[in-house]
Design a binder for this molecule. Structure first.
Ligand code: SR1
Ligand code: MG
Length: 425
């Protein structure tokens, strides 16, 4: 897939009325929706930071339409952002679809002029973050997500494929510079400095935020992960795999919103998901009620963090054993029992580096959601600022520990054991 140059003048943001003829002109979508276009029910439901999202319901079916705006939606036109992120989102879906089976939505149509994707409307799914705030359990979630990251990353890595093929994919996604810029600034720099884009729960967190911004040990550790983010081109990563990028039902999980996709460290996707589970854990006192103290639910969340890592680890190692067709660790170098033993040990050592990366990136993700531009509903929906600050203080303390004392966390059980002791209540 190569990148088509599109004259900017053909682009226009869609609205409820212009979407109707646009969809009616696509035979497949028209048939899927059924009935007369005039009867389709269309509503804009986007609540993310960047894009327009519409749900369209017809007599026979429904679709979801996502269009990239030429600016950051959460900030308005004063923060321009090229809409070609929709191109990279579509390219990511195409690249991983052969490997991840039903763990992404079906894509029906991509329009390169409108930077707009028509996809499966997932129902009765909801955004995972909303489910976690509501205290819902998803028995398959950890297994699905571990499997997802393992498959998407393994099959786009040099362990699975010839480097020539990966370099082509890498070259394509190297164009996604505007979105990598967002991550570089909003995750790895702004939270540690004064920036007009930052905000935090003020005044309760003022002193702590000042302390963290003066903490050179913390800043060096975070900067190392920022460097790793740019340098470790291990696989095609989703690039924004937080709990708002996953839709869930009781039995199904789907990964959405891969517009930040690029070649980067596998631990970045692992850490995004793991870190957002920890954020959810820390936010739970803010969602407790007299009827639902969330104590057992918190334990369930920690168990899911462990199960996610174990699922990823087991699946990645199994894929490596079965599909080692790439140029990294060529199979032919490791014949015989001695070779097999050495390869086995090297694989274990690689998993240990991914584990350490997951924790470091998780910590960076946690800090940015409390000190930076883009916050998370887990905390934002806690109306009492003092209670919110207490929850956020615990999360910040844990993130700091993960970044500055990494050797305390050799196994996921170490994290699970530490979290309850690093909380304000
Ligand atoms: C300006 S975009 C802010 C954040 O929203 C996305 O979900 C990414 O996490 C990004 O950093
Ligand atoms: Mg998103």
């Amino acid at each position: 897939m190569s990148r088509a140059a599109v004259p900017a003048s053909t682009y226009r943001p869609l609205d409820v009325e212009s979407l109707r003829p646009f969809l009616a002109a696509q035979a497949k979508v028209r048939e899927l929706l059924g009935g007369r276009p005039a009867t389709w029910r269309i509503r804009e439901v986007g609540d993310g930071n960047l894009n327009l999202v519409f749900i369209v319901e017809g007599a026979d079916g429904a679709v979801c339409v996502k269009q990239a705006l030429p600016y950051v939606r959460a900030a308005g036109p004063s923060w321009p952002m090229p809409p070609d992120r929709a191109f990279y989102e579509n390219a990511y879906y195409l690249a991983v679809a052969p490997h991840v089976g039903g763990l992404i939505p079906a894509i029906y149509h991509y329009d390169p002029e409108l930077y707009c994707t028509v996809m499966e409307r997932l129902a009765p799914h909801i955004i995972l973050r909303h489910g976690l705030i509501a205290g819902r359990r998803y028995p398959q979630l950890a297994r699905h997500l571990g499997e997802y990251v393992a498959r998407a990353c393994f099959f786009t890595s040099d362990l699975a494929r010839a480097f020539e093929r990966n370099m082509e994919t890498m070259a394509l996604f190297a164009g996604n510079k505007a979105l990598v810029r967002i991550t570089v600034d909003l995750i790895f720099a702004d939270p540690y400095c004064e920036s007009a884009r930052n905000r935090h729960t003020s005044p309760p967190l003022d002193a702590l935020v000042a302390q963290l911004r003066a903490d050179t040990q913390l800043k060096v550790a975070a900067a190392r992960f920022g460097q790793k983010f740019l340098n470790d081109t291990q696989a095609l990563v989703h690039g924004d795999l937080h709990s708002g990028s996953v839709m869930v039902s009781e039995t199904d999980s789907r990964v959405i919103d891969p517009e930040f996709a690029f070649y980067g460290p596998i631990g970045f996707d692992l850490g995004a998901f793991f870190g957002n589970l920890l954020l959810s854990w820390y936010s739970q006192p803010g969602h407790a009620t007299a009827a639902d103290d969330r104590v057992a639910y918190r334990q369930w969340i920690l168990e899911q963090a462990g199960a996610f890592w174990e699922s990823f680890r087991g699946r990645f190692l199994a894929l490596w054993a079965e599909h080692a067709e790439g140029d990294a660790f060529p199979r032919r170098m490791f014949g015989g029992p001695e070779g097999a033993a050495a390869l086995g040990a090297a694989r274990e050592a690689f998993m240990d580096t991914l584990f350490a990366d997951m924790l470091g990136f998780a910590a960076c993700k946690m800090i940015r959601r409390i000190l930076g531009f883009a916050h998370v509903l887990d905390f934002e929906s806690i109306a009492d600022a003092n209670l919110r600050a207490q929850c956020e203080t615990g999360a910040l303390a844990m993130a700091r520990l993960l970044l500055t004392r990494p050797l305390q966390f050799r196994a996921v059980a170490d994290v699970i054991a530490a979290v309850p002791g690093v909380a304000v209540r």
